[in-house]
Each structure stands twice: as C-alpha cells, then as structure tokens.
Design a protein around this ligand. Structure first.
Ligand code: DC
Length: 660
C-alpha cells in the first residue's frame, strides 16, 4: 500500500493517455460484505476493494462474529450468519465510512444485541436522524450518545412491532433508504418503505436493489416513492460475487483523458455497469470529449478541436463524480453550472464550500449556492501556479484536484493519504498515465551490452533526471509470458500483458505485483524471449504510454530501441552507443558471472551476434541509429568518458533550446 508524505506536488503536466485498471467499487464492496454477512451460506467475493472504508466494514463484521478469510488470490470469503450476528455486544468504530455506518445501524437496530457505533469527528457531524426515526418507527431502541440526530449511537434490543409501513426521508442521503432496504429482510415480514421528499442519488438505490436481487431478495417498487420487502424474504448467498471497478474513481482518469489529449482507458466498468457514476462519461461527452464505451471499459479523449465546452447540468444522480466535473470546468470555454448537488453539504466534508474555496485558489471565479456551484475558469484557462489544495480529509477532493496539474501548473495536494478511503494507489496510477511533453528527454540506444544501461543511469544520476530502462519493460512482458505459459507468438495475449503489466519501479528495484524481479528479468531465457516479444506491434503499442508517462520534471533519460524515433521523437538529445560484438560479449559475460549466472564467452558471442541480426533485420523497431542521433563507439572508452561526452552534448543542446 502506498505511503504518502504530508503533501504531494504534482505537475506541471500537459498530457494524459494510457490504461488504468480500476480498484473495486466502494459502494459495491461494502454492500456486498454486509449482504454476505447476513445471508445464509458462504460467499466468495472477488476483487473486493482494499481501502480504509472497506477495512472499517471488515473490522466491524469481525467484531460481530462473522467469519471472514482472505484475501487469497483476490478472493475474500464470508461465512453468512443467516441474519443473526453471533456477538450480541460490540463497540464498533467506523471511521468516516458512511457506507458502513448507515447500513450497520439499520441491521443492528433490528437485531437483539447491545451495540455502540462511533466514527471520526466528521462522522459525528453527518446526520443520521432520519434513519434513526424510521428505525424507531419499527420498534428499534436507539440512543444518541452525543448530539441529537448524529452519531455516535447506542443500540439495544428492538421491541419489534408489527408495522407494515415505514417512512424515510430521501432528500438528505440515499444511504438511509439503502440501509433500510438491506436490513428489513431481517424483520421477516412484508414491510413497505415510503420515501418522503424527492429521492436523491437514485442510481445508488439501483446498486442496492441489484445486489439484493443477487442475494435472492426481490424488492417490489413503485417508482422511486415506495419499496416493499416481501414477506419471508431471506438473503441467500449466490456463491461467487464479482465486484465491479469503481466508477467514481474512473471519473478522474476519464476527465484526464478529456483534458490531456488522451485517450485514457479505464478497465473494470463499462456499459454493463450497475453503478450510476458511469453516467459521468455522458457528462464529459456533453463537454465535447470523445467517449468510447464497451462492456467492461470506457475510454475518453479530448474533443478534436481540443476545446472543452462549458456545461449546465443537473448532477443529482452522480454527486460523487460531479466533483470531478467541477475541476474539469476549469478547462472549459466558459461558465459551467453544477445543479442539484445539495447532498455535497453532508458528505465527507461540506463539499460545496470546500470545492468553492479550492477552485478559487486556482484562479477560478466561483459562485456557490445551497445546492449549486458555478465555475468560471481564469482567462484562457491559465490556472494559478503553485496552488496548495487543502483536502479536508476528503478523498475525492484530493483526487479531483490532481487534474488541475494538467493545466501546465504545479499543484500541491495537502494530506494526500486521504485517498486511502477508496483508492489507496490513486497517485501512483495518476502518475502512470500523465506526463509533461515539454520536459527534456535524453534518448540513449545501442545494441545489447553496448553499455547503454550503465551510461544512461549515470547520466540520469548526474542531472537528477528520471530514468527509464525500456528494455526492462520488454523483459517483464517476456517474464510474465514465460510464467503464464503464453505462446510467444500470440500477439493479442502478449499485447494484453504489456498493457496491464502490474509493475512498479522503486528505489532502483523492479517490482512485479510486489515481487522483486530485478534480477529475474536478466536471465538469458528472458533476454531471448524479450527480443521475440519486442517484435510485436501489439506489445510495443501496449507499452508506449507507460513509457511516455516517465516524462516528469526536471527531465528524463530514456534508454532503449525506438526511444528517439517513436516514443520520444521530440527528445532534446539522441545518442546511439556502439561497441564491437567481442567487447559486448566480454561485458555481458562479466555481468552474468558477477550475478552468479552460468555463462560461457563463446555462446554469449554467438547469442549477441544472433540477437543483433534479429534486432537489426526485424521490420518492427529495428536496431538502428535514429535520424539525428549522435554516435559514440564505446569500445575503448570508460563509462565516465561516455557519460562526460553526453553531458557536454546535453548542455549545448539545452543552450540551443532556451525555451525549455
Ligand atoms: O536493452 P535490453 O537488452 O534490456 O532489451 C531487452 C529486449 O527488448 C531486447 O531484445 C531489445 C528489446 N527492446 C526493444 O525492442 N525496444 C526497447 N525500447 C527496449 C528494448
């Protein structure tokens, strides 16, 4: 899990493209956990989100006596308690997780135990009175331990009446209705919930009903005004449940694609999604973004003319993703209006006030009302540089303001760790699909064992630049393919591996899904396979954006084939290193022996000659000096001598390009 500092400086950035695999949806994860806990039978939940809010739910269920295990290979197993928690007394701390607090309140209020529920101070400012009133109407015994109408709560055994009707307000939080819907099957009789006032955030109710149906409870409904739980409803485990990707989390990346050229593809949600927030794609389309939506992915790119249009939208159905639109509005061609968003006031923070304050820091003119916000970008969308965004312990504020960095400015995100509520690796993923096309790049290439790796690393170190060893990416694809026994001629599967490589570069080590593979990718079998997979356009294309995303200030040294010609054609300096085959075989031999691998000089020389021939002759990204590259024959030179020459060239190239 990512460890974040007190603040994070992002940008300046101007491009976004690539593929993001979304974490599981918070709304679906916590609902599924509770339904599985209350159901009859064992449920295997796949792709459950790993985040703070879900941890609060897991802890609470554990304290209530629910048997949970995993995750094992991405699966959490829940032994259902058939509607009766075994622990009759518990003190539950639920942080700031509304998706845990409200439904657990309802489920426990209708049980016969003695419980206390509390959260962080902000949770104690978020209203729950309407839900408590509804539950009291059914015989629940609930006391406020602090302020009337707010958590913390104490719950004692209910004296269940026989009411066939219960009323709940729908215009404060749709979670009150969700909580009742999920808890009422416990009552065992037919009960109708009447919604008082206009129901907000309707798509979230659809998520609830959809998941309840998977657990065997078919709620009868009259539009959005009344919902009936049939008599003798029982929740029964469907066995396996797959959690969709988080559609709210998708909104940041889709907006990034619309702002920063794109395309950005999010995988894990799509046309078949049960989450209302996929509707965000429609809002982006209304801004002129180009949207492509398939069953399990959505892609967004900037309008062809690059101009995002201002919008005036009722965003009641997608309150969370709407925050992303408020920041996207900074890039629009006029004043945008976000309407019907009163629920923002009672979320993780007063989001209307917070968004207004922070948007102003970027130079926007903002008008704020009880249930709306208008955003007028600064002239030419030239955002204020160096704004420090406060995040109010609100994950969505931290995430949506990262987009401002795409305005070519530096943005400081204070307390970035708050994203752990729903998307712990958000900034890592954001970093991987965004870059700055004006940051200087030094592209270094040359045949295998020409010394390009050592030289490029040294140059990067001396300049304090980032370093991209593109060969390692091809090696990683090869390693995965070998391990997964993928046919090395299967272009589609190899392309898929390239696009989804779960790799992290950290402190000079290469981690593949947490496993350190820095040495494993250097084995000769992997080298040979890497050279083969590198000849597939699907693989090269799959790795393209990932490589470009290494382009961050103050600069990048990128090493490998086609860095100068395809990936960074606008590199400030392009260098091609050579050395005789014999010299390179000697270097490789030394390297391998030092690492404890077996090798002989003659076979290595043979290998190198064969690989040279294959790499030079192949039609895709052949090994050759690219146009404009400067050549250095390193045969008789030390690494320091080569590095010194490159630094000198870079210095004079920088002088010739003063605008950078
Ligand atoms: O530089 P290296 O030996 O680590 O590269 C491994 C393989 O990947 C090698 O066959 C060349 C290929 N490669 C490529 O095709 N394009 C790149 N940008 C980098 C490496």
């Amino acid at each position: 899990m990512a460890v974040y500092p007190d603040y994070l400086d992002l940008g300046p950035l101007d491009r976004a493209a690539g593929v993001v695999r979304l974490p599981g949806s918070k709304s679906i994860s916590n609902r599924t956990l509770l339904l599985a806990a209350l159901a009859v039978g064992r449920t295997r939940i796949h792709d459950l989100l790993a985040s703070d809010d879900v941890d609060r739910m897991l802890e609470a269920l554990g304290l209530l006596g629910v048997k949970l295990s995993g995750p094992q290979q991405g699966v959490v197993t829940v032994e259902g308690c058939a509607g009766r928690f075994t622990q009759r007394r518990a003190d539950l701390f639920l942080g700031n997780a509304g998706t845990a607090f409200r439904p657990l309140t309802a489920a426990l209020a209708l049980s016969d135990g003695h419980y206390k529920l509390s959260g962080v101070p902000r949770m104690h400012e978020r209203p729950i009175g309407d839900l408590v009133d509804a539950l009291r109407g059914l015989g629940a015994n609930i006391h406020y331990l602090g302020n009337e109408g707010y958590p913390p709560l104490e719950i004692r055994p209910a004296t269940m009446g026989s009411n066939a009707k219960v009323q709940v307000r729908g215009d404060v939080s749709s979670q009150f209705l969700t909580a009742l819907l999920m808890a009422l099957p416990l009552a065992g009789r037919r009960i109708t919930i009447e919604v008082v006032g206009e129901l907000i955030s309707k798509p979230y109710i659809d998520i609830t009903l959809n998941l309840m149906a998977r657990f065997g409870v078919k709620v009868e409904r009259d539009g959005w005004s009344s919902f009936t739980i049939p008599a003798n409803s029982r929740m029964v485990s469907p066995g396996d449940v797959f959690v969709e990707g988080d559609a709210s989390g998708a909104s940041y990346f889709l907006a990034a694609g619309a702002i920063g050229c794109g395309p950005v593809r999010v995988e894990g949600v799509g046309r078949g999604s049960i989450q209302g927030d996929v509707g965000f794609a429609g809002a982006l389309a209304a801004m002129g973004a180009r949207i492509d939506m398939h069953d399990n992915w959505i892609e967004a790119a900037a309008p062809l003319d690059g101009r995002l249009r201002a919008f005036d939208l009722d965003l009641n159905a997608i309150p969370d993703a709407a925050m992303t639109l408020a920041v996207a509005a900074l890039f629009a061609d006029g004043t945008s209006r976000l309407r019907n968003i009163a629920s923002w006031r009672v979320k993780e923070t007063d989001r209307i006030a917070a968004m207004a304050t922070e948007l102003r820091k970027l130079g926007a003119r903002v008008e704020e009302g009880t249930d709306f916000l208008t955003v007028t970008p600064p002239a030419g969308s030239r955002l204020a540089d160096g704004a420090a965004i406060d995040t109010y312990d609100d994950h969505r504020i931290a995430m949506c303001f990262s987009l401002a960095a795409l305005g070519g400015v530096t943005v400081r995100i204070n307390d970035p760790k708050c994203v752990a509520k729903t998307f712990p690796d958000y900034f890592g993923q954001f970093d991987e699909v965004t870059w700055n096309s004006t940051v200087p790049v030094i592209a270094i290439d040359g045949p295998s064992a020409s010394g390009k790796g050592a030289v490029a690393q040294r140059v990067a170190e001396q300049l304090g630049f980032h370093y991209l060893d593109s060969g390692s990416l091809y090696r990683l694809v090869a390693l995965c393919a070998l391990r997964e026994r993928v046919d090395l001629k299967d272009a589609d599967s190899l392309g898929g591996i390239a696009r989804q490589l779960p790799v992290h570069f950290t402190g000079g080590r290469i981690l593949l899904s947490q496993e350190d593979v820095t040495d494993a990718i250097r084995a000769e079998a992997v080298s040979t396979a890497a050279s083969e997979v590198a000849s597939f356009p699907s693989v090269r294309q799959g790795l393209m954006r990932r490589q470009q995303a290494f382009r961050h200030a103050p600069g990048l040294v990128a090493e490998g084939r086609d860095m100068a010609s395809v990936v960074f054609p606008d590199a400030l300096l392009k260098v091609f290193l050579t050395a005789s085959a014999e010299e390179r075989a000697r270097r490789r031999y030394k390297q391998l022996i030092e690492k404890g691998f077996d090798a002989t000089l003659t076979t290595l020389l043979q290998d190198i000659r064969q690989r040279d021939a294959r790499d030079t002759e192949r039609s895709v990204a052949p090994l050759q000096k690219s146009v404009g590259a400067q050549i250095i024959d390193t045969t008789g030179l030390s690494i320091q001598e080569v590095v010194a020459r490159i630094l000198q060239w870079f210095e004079s190239a920088s002088h010739k390009a003063p605008s950078r």
